[in-house]
Design a protein around this ligand. Structure first.
Ligand code: AMP
Length: 176
């Protein structure tokens, strides 16, 4: 029997120099398209946080949505989209985060997380951690509590885990 990491790793495709030279893009579309691998991925992201009273799962635009929504469904929790600037139609909270060159903005609706609510943050890839850390700051700004983070892939050599400063960071596949 092979474990979840072997099953999942076999369905992640490396695309060198995409979207720019020097980046090895982790293409998860083969995994999403494989019924068994997709189910294994969602279960493995959710299981470590079962019984922790998670009532909202946050996914970051765009691939985070794909993984966070079924994790929320598994918990019987709500799903919250964290979006790039200018996409959300109502009142927003906003956080800036660093890109390789410059900065970008993430936004959340002000009523998406209630004070004291227990929140899980899910994304496909943990790279430098800037995106997930900004998402956690949005949760804090609304008074929510970050229970932990779940990632399909962690790029260990970028040390994003340290940037998050949280003791519950689960990643299913780590590349060093
Ligand atoms: P970071 O903020 O540096 O942790 O970057 C994480 C975000 O960028 C995630 O939402 C990923 O979807 C995306 N990302 C970063 N690096 C990669 C990569 N090598 N392959 C695919 N997506 C990536």
């Amino acid at each position: 029997m092979s474990g979840p990491a072997e099953v999942l790793g076999a369905h992640v495709r490396d695309i060198p120099d995409f979207p720019q030279p020097g980046i090895v893009f982790k293409d998860i579309t083969p995994l999403l398209g494989d019924a068994a691998a997709f189910r294994t991925c969602i279960d493995a992201l959710a299981d470590p946080f079962a019984g922790e009273g998670v009532s909202k799962v946050l996914g970051t635009e765009a691939r985070g949505f794909i993984l966070a929504a079924p994790v929320a469904y598994r918990f019987g929790a709500g799903f919250v989209p964290v979006r790039k600037a200018g996409k959300l139609p109502w009142e927003i909270e906003r956080e800036e985060y660093a890109l390789e060159y410059g900065t970008d903005l993430l936004e959340i609706h002000r009523d998406a997380v209630a004070p004291g609510e227990r929140v899980l943050i899910v994304d496909d890839v943990l790279a430098t951690g800037g995106t997930a850390a900004a998402t956690a700051r949005l949760v804090s700004a609304l008074g929510g509590e970050v229970v932990g983070f779940g990632f399909l892939i962690e790029l260990g050599f970028l040390h994003g885990r340290a940037a998050l400063g949280h003791d519950r960071v689960v990643s299913l596949l780590t590349y060093d």
